[in-house]
Ligand binder design. Structure first.
Ligand SMILES: C[S@@+](CC[C@H](N)C(=O)[O-])C[C@H]1O[C@@H](n2cnc3c(N)ncnc32)[C@H](O)[C@@H]1O
Length: 286
């Protein structure tokens, strides 16, 4: 685990991937993220320049696909549900709120390590971007006590959407399991959207190559990958905590098959799964 200076290399990598996608990939785009671009441009050297100069590099292309597919899935689900409490766990430089702000009528809470939240605040201020969310400092290695959210104005008696994207791989499996159990006391109808990395025997070749490259990069930056899992284990963690799993899908299946025909750099890979689960609601709201 990295030190407490706040800077998260993996958070910057994800933001740069979202910023670059509309610039270097073919339409239709999975999302537009001008705020991520502003955040990148406000740091020197801009992390976006690697993406723009080498869009063909497999590790950069795979990062764009991964960061954009999960956010596309999360944005659509959040807006479809119409739930007005949003908790973004392991927020880093997440820009969901800035992407949906004109369609999301509710409040949001950002959870991350204290140093990361302070760094985020400074970066947004320097970039001149409003960040209208409550900050909740927590180290997920100790679980997430819903009381911390409550102290920041969260209503535990009303449903919430919890986004936990690009984070589970940085926690040991026991902590991932504890995290989903910690949140199981939230209100009926709450929704958890998260991603996890498949264990090696479930990956295809592209997924294995990307995993090696990113895990090495993240490990060198002090953010090693600690959790990979089989779908059956992820489902068991959720179900034993009372979550009902509605979807557990390959990240690449977020997009229609014809999407790939137009892409020069992006290719589907089998490595990361996206999950949509809810508390004690067996039918996915339409
Ligand atoms: C790859 S970034 C993802 C950021 C954001 N969710 C996104 O999709 O752009 C991983 C984030 O998880 C956070 N994280 C990792 N370990 C954590 C821990 N033990 N407690 C709290 N946050 C943690 C990091 O600080 C970082 O912001």
């Amino acid at each position: 685990m990295r030190d407490t200076t706040g800077y998260s290399t993996t958070a910057v990598f994800a933001a740069a991937a979202r910023a670059a996608h509309p610039i270097v990939d073919q339409e239709p785009h999975l999302l537009e993220d001008p705020v991520a671009q502003r955040l990148c441009d406000s740091t020197s050297p801009s992390p976006l320049s690697f993406q723009v100069e080498h869009p063909e590099a497999p590790v950069l292309a795979a990062a764009r696909l991964s960061a954009c597919a999960r956010s596309n899935f999360a944005d659509r689900t959040l807006l479809d549900l119409g739930i007005d409490q949003l908790v973004i766990v392991g927020a880093g430089l997440d820009t969901t709120l800035q992407r949906v702000h004109d369609r999301f009528d509710g409040q949001a809470w950002l959870v991350d390590l204290p140093g990361v939240l302070a760094w985020r605040e400074e970066l947004f201020r320097n970039a001149g971007v409003a960040d209208f969310a409550h900050h909740v400092a927590a180290d997920l290695r100790n679980g997430l006590d819903p009381h911390l959210l409550k102290m920041a104005g969260f209503n535990t008696r009303r449903p919430a959407v919890i986004l936990w994207l690009g984070v589970s791989m940085y926690l040991p499996p026991a902590q991932c399991r504890r995290f989903v159990a910690d949140l199981s006391g939230l209100s009926h109808g709450s929704v958890l959207i998260f991603d996890y990395v498949l264990s090696p025997r479930h990956r295809d070749e592209s997924g294995a190559t990307y995993a090696n490259a990113v895990a090495t990069m993240a490990g060198k930056a002090g953010e090693p990958w600690l959790c990979t899992t089989a779908p059956s284990d992820a489902r068991r963690w959720l179900e034993e905590a009372g979550w009902y799993v509605h979807q557990d899908i390959d990240e690449a299946s977020v997009v229609p098959p014809e999407f790939w025909d137009r892409q020069t750099h992006l290719k589907p890979m089998k490595l990361i799964r996206l999950v949509y689960a809810s508390l004690r609601v067996e039918r996915r709201p339409t």
